[in-house]
Design a protein around this ligand. Structure first.
Ligand code: SAM
Length: 294
């Protein structure tokens, strides 16, 4: 994917900036990194297709305009747009509930892309860390520079052990619970890495910490070419749930924080019926959200 940033006059594009620092800096993102555009487009313009799921993202449309990316093609993948808006709706509700109980806790967005979820959770006390691969972080720091002392960006490769220490999460947590979010990321990692990530969370997080994640069914593995938005990026689905209890079995400390949700709920009674009929084949919902605690 090739995108160009254009001067917009906001903090990442100050009026005095001289090319190539800002005006026409070329950015190349490959495969899974390029998938960050998909949720960004959904949050920016998806409400045109699903107005009842409008997430009112204050930044997404502006970021897209700076990237000068073609949103219309991605918007045509209605299933994925619905998935992203629905998951945003769910994670907003879960995050608000967590920070209402723990107003001084910190939040971490693992594989954050160009999202700005702190806009929904900032209560004036809590802190926030956005983490992604170095190339994405470089783009993020131009477009969404960190403002204020309570939020930070960090580069991380979740495919490696030791991400908890690399992000200095013990220091961020200061002995309290953390709220971690990993959306639209795990399905691109090998199954062994997903299990290792869950185990690292389970072993290192303080009691009360919560990890929110989304998952596809294992039937989606290797099927990215079927998706009009993910297919062209070159990314591939590598992990999916064989059955719904699999996440809890990754480590004995893991417990459900609340009941898992399935995107079937967006389709009403037809969605539930189709899911019930397909579960013997799919093993788990085709797309679902989970909140695990330790
Ligand atoms: C589909 S995008 C989701 C972005 C963001 N979570 C959102 O919903 O807008 C997938 C993101 O996962 C990140 N990612 C993929 N593999 C990663 C890894 N090994 N470590 C950290 N981030 C990774 C990509 O760079 C990309 O930003």
């Amino acid at each position: 994917m090739e995108t160009s940033l254009r001067r917009c006059g906001r903090s990442h594009c100050p009026p005095g900036a001289v090319p190539p620092e800002c005006l026409l800096r070329q950015t190349r993102l490959q495969a899974v990194r390029a998938t960050l555009l998909i949720p960004l487009v959904a949050r920016a313009h998806g409400a045109r297709c699903y107005p009842w799921l409008d997430c009112h993202d204050a930044d997404a449309a502006h970021l897209l305009s700076c990237l000068q990316s073609d949103a219309e093609t991605l918007l045509q993948d209605r299933l994925v747009v619905l998935n992203v808006l629905w998951r945003t709706h769910v994670l907003k509700a879960w995050g608000r509930e967590f920070f209402a109980r723990h107003p001084h806790a910190a939040g971490v967005n693992l594989g954050c892309g160009l999202s700005n979820h702190f806009q929904w959770f900032d209560n004036g006390h809590n802190r926030w860390l956005d983490a992604d691969l170095p190339e994405v972080l470089a783009l993020r720091e131009q477009l969404l520079p960190v403002q204020g002392e309570r939020r930070h960006n960090a580069s991380i490769d979740m495919a490696r052990d030791g991400w908890w220490d690399a992000l200095e999460l013990d220091r961020l947590a200061a002995g309290g619970p953390l709220w971690l979010l990993c959306e639209g990321v795990l399905m691109y990692l090998p199954p062994g890495r997903v299990r290792a990530l869950l185990a690292e969370f389970a072993e290192r997080a303080a009691p009360g910490s919560v990890l929110v994640l989304d998952a596809i069914s294992h039937r989606g593995i290797g099927q990215a070419h079927m998706s009009p938005s993910v297919g062209p990026s070159g990314a591939e689905f590598r992990w999916g749930l064989q059955h719904s209890d699999e996440l809890l079995q990754a480590h004995p400390r893991l417990r459900p924080w609340c009941a898992a949700r399935s995107v079937a709920e967006c389709y009403g009674v037809f969605g539930w019926a189709a899911e019930a009929l397909s579960l013997p084949w799919s093993g788990a919902p085709l797309y679902s959200m989970h909140a695990l605690r330790v």
